[in-house]
Design a protein around this ligand. Structure first.
Ligand code: MG
Length: 158
């Protein structure tokens, strides 16, 4: 078994037409995040945790934000590609646990959808938790959303 952790943060966009996507789920009524892709911080944190657990580098290395081919891409597509690398290396995912840190919007109504979306892609249980920064710092001021993730991989190459 191998464990990996991931972290990501993206700034809040001031473009009202940019959707907020977390865990592959579009959250209505909230400003989106700035990023080369859809800026899905939860999915990015999970992908980085998977790569870390397998010793396969990080998301930026595999999908540089200078690549026009991934501009505006849905991050769950990047996650799917990462899972391909993980499986090719002989691992299966045991489980994923992630925390979203956001002052707003309230994520509890969307948690089940995020878990279902991500579990379907990962092929293992995914738990999503949400917390705020108690209005402290830039996340607390709504200027960014961050996410952390831990994953367990099972199996290994000899
Ligand atoms: Mg990111």
């Amino acid at each position: 078994m191998r464990v990996g952790q991931g972290f990501d943060i993206h700034r809040t966009s001031d473009d009202p037409s940019r959707p907020l996507v977390l865990g592959g789920v579009t959250i209505p009524g909230a400003l989106g995040l700035v990023g080369h892709s859809d800026a899905d911080v939860v999915t990015h944190a999970i992908a980085d945790a998977l790569l870390g657990a397998a010793g396969l580098g990080d998301l930026g290395q595999h999908f540089p934000d200078t690549d026009p081919g991934t501009e505006g891409v849905r991050s769950i597509e990047l996650l799917t590609d990462v899972l391909g690398l993980i499986r090719a290396a002989g691992y299966t995912v045991g489980n994923v646990d992630a925390t979203v840190v956001a002052e707003a919007p309230k994520l509890a109504p969307h948690r089940a959808a995020m878990e279902a979306s991500l579990s379907a892609i990962v092929g293992a249980p995914v738990s999503i938790k949400a917390t705020t920064m108690e209005r402290l710092g830039p996340i607390g001021a709504g200027e960014a959303i961050a996410a952390m993730a831990v994953v367990l991989l099972e199996g290994s190459t000899p």
